[in-house]
Design a protein around this ligand. Structure first.
Ligand code: HEM
Ligand code: HEM
Length: 404
């Protein structure tokens, strides 16, 4: 047997490509199907990262395999193969190549569109498309549809190979394993052992999941009950002197967190507040901003659901975050610092927020950037606390337009 394909046998290189990709794909399919339904935990993100890394490995090997196929064409079909067998096998091989390239590519695009990391064994891959929730859903559909057709075509492909080996007793399988008939079986056994090894690795990971889940029920920091933090609603209908009203359609309250080394942004969709501000009367300035913690969007429906859940904002228990100023200081021109208390997740911490303010007649434009440590507010504790999966620092970007 040679490195290159010959007229009647696949060479070493084609065989190594075929069986490596086969083992990887047969491992990726069940892991892909199971991981989506797992409880949200760091382990789930580790399994996603492994799925993506091995999936990308298939992509790179697949491209190399196609290049090699061009350089060294496959052997002719056997004389004994019927016409319909040749056509069916050709169509199956074509579709298998579509899946070898299309599955990883759709996974990559889906992750990009949802602003999720795409790690290749620790190396972040470049972003091919920007954040776009409907595109993310579309690529998910493509990934899923390719996955199910792949399962079907693969079953047909393997059944065909076995039919040739067991019933027709021809060399179809032998020339993709080992031409010496006696060696077909040992080679297949090694391949099957490899597969079961991969499957048991996956099962072990899923086994660990139960232990991890048990570990989730760890203590949360002493968080005051939400009722104690209930505050009267701010009445913005009557504006006092120097009062400003936030224009929601022209204002943004965003945050950026880091998942597996890759940042994603989210937005608080509803917030309101009272702002009393006159640059010449800072002593009487006041800001009281309230944020609805149930209206958070991050560009992915699953992540949106998780983020308001008990492990993160716990928005059912703590439906509101609030910043109440105590005093204001002037910095440089148009620069101020709001000093006050920020309450998130029922925990109140002091905050000095530097901001810029441009007042143009009866319209004011305020911008601020801040970095908060989510641990100080008891957000994402237990197994998320170490910041390895989701970073502990969260950037906040405030961009408000208010009218007088
Ligand atoms: C139990 C698993 C598998 C068996 C027994 C098997 C068997 C074979 C055999 C015998 C051939 C040669 C066919 C011929 O000469 O006409 C072949 C070719 C091929 N197999 Fe598989 N295969 C398996 C899994 C896979 C998987 C998982 C993939 C990828 C998704 C795959 C993709 C291909 C492709 C694309 C070819 C055509 C190679 C070419 O001529 O370029 N196979 N397979
Ligand atoms: C040949 C390579 C791959 C195969 C065979 C494969 C297979 C699968 C399968 C069968 C699913 C389950 C789909 C469903 O929920 O019905 C899945 C899910 C997923 N795959 Fe892949 N995949 C591959 C490569 C990739 C790559 C390279 C990425 C990303 C870079 C990726 C990202 C994902 C994600 C994020 C999900 C979960 C979607 C969800 O449930 O939310 N996959 N994969």
């Amino acid at each position: 047997m040679t490195l290159s394909n010959t007229e009647d046998e696949y060479g070493y290189i084609a065989k190594i490509f075929h069986w490596t990709i086969a083992v990887l794909i047969i491992g990726l399919l069940p892991v892909g199907l199971f991981m989506g339904g797992m409880e949200n935990s760091p382990l789930k993100f580790q399994i996603f990262a492994m799925h993506k890394s091995f999936g990308l490995l298939v992509f790179f090997l697949g491209i190399a395999r196609l290049v090699w196929r061009f350089i060294s064409p496959p052997p002719d079909h056997l004389e004994s193969h019927a016409r319909w067998e040749v056509t069916l096998a050709g169509a199956a091989h074509f579709w298998l190549y579509v899946c070898i390239i299309g599955m990883p590519l759709s996974g990559w695009l889906m992750s990009n569109a949802g602003e999720f990391p795409v790690p290749f064994f620790g190396i972040q891959m470049p972003t091919l498309v920007g954040k776009n929730e409907s595109l993310g859903d579309l690529f998910y559909e493509v990934h899923e549809a390719l996955g199910f057709t792949l399962l079907f075509v693969l079953a047909l492909h393997a059944a065909g190979a076995l039919k040739h080996h067991v019933i027709d007793k021809d060399e179809t399988l032998a020339r993709m394993t080992y031409k010496t008939k006696g060696l077909v079986l040992p080679v297949l056994i090694v391949a099957i052992l490899g597969l079961s090894y991969a499957a048991s690795g996956a099962a072990m990971l899923f086994g660990e999941d139960d232990e991890e889940e048990a570990a989730v029920a760890t203590e949360k920091p002493g968080i005051p009950a939400s009722a104690e933090n209930a505050m009267p609603a701010a009445d913005t209908s009557i504006l006092p002197k120097d009062g400003w009203k936030i224009v929601p359609t022209q204002s943004k309250l965003q945050f950026q967190a880091v998942l597996y080394g890759s940042p994603f942004t989210g937005e608080f969709q509803e917030f309101s507040g009272i702002i009393i501000f006159n640059p010449d009367d800072l002593a009487n300035a006041k800001a009281d901003i309230r944020i609805d913690m149930k209206k958070v969007v991050t560009g992915d429906a699953d992540r949106d659901k998780n983020i308001v859940g008990a492990e993160w904002f716990d928005s059912d228990k703590f439906p509101e975050s609030r910043f109440v100023s105590k005093s204001f200081e002037k910095g440089g021109e148009n620069n101020y610092v709001a000093i006050g208390d920020l309450t998130i997740h029922g925990v109140t911490m002091p905050l000095a927020l530097p901001f810029t303010l441009d007042i143009n007649g009866k319209t004011a434009h305020m911008k601020a950037l801040a970095t908060l440590n989510r641990i100080n507010f008891g957000v994402g504790m237990g197994e998320w606390e170490d910041g390895k999966t989701v970073g502990t620092d969260v950037k906040i970007a405030i961009d408000l337009t208010a009218i007088q």
